[in-house]
Design a protein around this ligand. Structure first.
Ligand code: SF4
Length: 479
């Protein structure tokens, strides 16, 4: 993403082609979900949500216990668990591993966690080719963009866009048929799968009692990425834990339906350790990197820790009227929509993303669709209150506070209020909306209030103020 969020938002709103693409794709996801959770299809949907919420709450409250259990199980199956506090530690491990194994090529399945730490950008400059194998992610890698949506990364791309990207980046003839485009990508990626030294994945779930990394997907690329290369590295946030394999009965029923409206995704893979002697495929070496990257900070807050329940289904994005207008690239981090508005300020600090919780209509749709019942609107409100308090303490708010104090003083002195009103009438006579800023002195438009002023319209000022009309009527003997 380039430019400020504001320029992205404006550009998105002014692009009818992009608006149509976002509305169409997110609308389709909403329709599919609605059908998939129809009470005739799934009568216990609401009970499943409650169960999922309780399971996640229990796991997050006992995370240390389940992390240790998971590690013991992975090691018992011959794998290794690494702990990373940030993206640099993940990259350092992968680079060192690649150096030791003389690896040159990594194939990667879709993973928001590795997007979160910009892993590809950390590996490729070191000479380690890293290829996304999910079709949407591959399109975006070629386009040089980050994901637009958690489950539909290239949601904003039309078939014409994809044809142009393939033609420009792969040197193939322009092709606008999705089936033919898929064949083009498959031909390129098949060679990569066969030549790759290391396979990388994220994790939809980490099962503590069996040490399994669970991946759900529709294209088969995650299965290829995790079984074809001789080394597998899975990178997962520590919140991906669930206690038992049987809990998947709850989460898998919710995830596919909430994400894409599928009862179950096409592939569900359970990876637990390197290839056994009796097995014909699978990696020889198996590593799971457990990433913190700010998560343990959230654990400390009993209310906000529920942000860690998220199973990255993307339903809150697709149903959010703000996301559907401003699109995924208007958000400052890889997580967009309501969950992005909740976790980005918590992970990255309010200086970087304090405006996000305010970018919500609080319509409540996100909270209603969340399969793990995260109270997203409530969290947005709590964050707003916190951010306002912090801003009040911070010097950045000094000008606003001064302005309101001055305003309060003026309001208590009617003559001065009237005089200022007359002066405003002289500076902005009959100003129409939009052009009043041009009449302000340059210092006012560029000063500390500049950003505030730039985003506000002023209704045209009446030719005669209320006070003047009132006095004229009194003089004329009317009341
Ligand atoms: S917050 Fe809930 S709805 Fe949004 S992505 Fe996470 S699990 Fe899905």
């Amino acid at each position: 993403m380039t430019g400020t969020p504001l320029t992205h938002i404006q550009a998105t709103l002014e692009d009818p082609r992009l608006q149509a693409a976002i509305y169409k794709a997110s609308g389709r996801l909403m329709d599919h979900r609605r059908h998939a959770i129809d009470p005739e299809e799934l009568p216990d949907f609401q009970e499943l949500r409650t169960q999922a919420n309780l399971l996640k709450r229990h796991t997050i409250e006992n995370l240390d216990h389940y992390l240790e259990m998971f590690q013991a199980q992975v090691e018992a199956h011959g794998g290794q668990v690494l702990w990373a506090s940030d993206g640099q530690q993940v990259a350092d491990f992968v680079l060192e591993l690649a150096r030791r194994k003389q690896a040159r090529l990594i194939v990667k399945s879709k993973s928001m966690t590795t997007e979160e730490i910009d892993l590809r950008d950390r590996l490729e400059p070191q000479g380690l080719e890293t290829v996304e194998t999910d079709l949407g992610e591959y399109i975006l890698q070629l386009a040089g963009e980050r994901p637009y949506h958690i489950v539909a990364p290239a949601l904003h791309k039309t078939r014409e866009d994809v044809g142009e990207i393939f033609s420009r980046r792969l040197g193939v003839p322009l092709e606008n048929e999705p089936e033919k485009q898929t064949k083009i990508a498959r031909a390129v990626l098949r060679e990569k799968f066969l030549a790759a030294d290391i396979g990388m994945s994220g994790a939809n779930f980490l099962v503590a009692d069996s040490g399994a990394v669970v991946l759900v997907e529709n294209e088969g690329n995650a299965r290829m990425s995790t079984t074809a290369p001789r080394i597998l590295v899975a990178v997962a946030g520590i919140e991906k834990l669930i206690p038992r394999a049987q809990d998947l009965a709850v989460f898998l029923k919710l995830l596919g339906r909430s994400a894409t409206g599928q009862a179950l995704t096409v592939y569900t893979s359970f990876l637990s350790g390197p290839r056994r002697e009796t097995e014909i495929d699978g990696p020889e070496e198996f590593y799971v990197i457990l990433l913190d990257n700010g998560r343990s900070k959230l654990l400390a807050d009993p209310e906000k820790r529920q942000s860690l329940f998220c199973i990255r289904c993307g339903a809150c994005l697709s149903h959010c009227p703000v996301y559907r207008k401003i699109g995924g690239h208007s958000y400052p981090w890889v997580y967009s929509g309501p969950i992005g508005a909740v976790i980005t300020p918590q992970f990255q600090g309010i200086q970087a993303a304090g405006w996000l919780p305010f970018a919500s209509s609080l319509c409540g749709a996100c909270g209603e669709v969340c399969p793990v019942k995260i109270e997203l609107p409530q969290l947005l409100l709590e964050l707003r209150a916190e951010i306002q308090k912090a801003r009040a303490r911070h010097s950045e708010n000094r000008w606003e506070k001064l302005a309101f104090r001055a305003w309060a003083w003026v309001m208590r002195h009617p003559r001065i209020y009237e005089m200022l009103g007359m002066m405003a009438g002289a500076v902005l006579p009959g100003a129409s909306p939009g052009d009043w800023r041009e009449r302000l002195p340059r210092w006012a438009a560029r000063g500390p209030l500049g950003a505030w002023i730039s985003q506000r319209d002023l209704p045209p000022l009446p030719e005669r103020s209320f006070r003047r009309v009132w006095r004229e009527r009194l003089r004329a003997g009317k009341s």
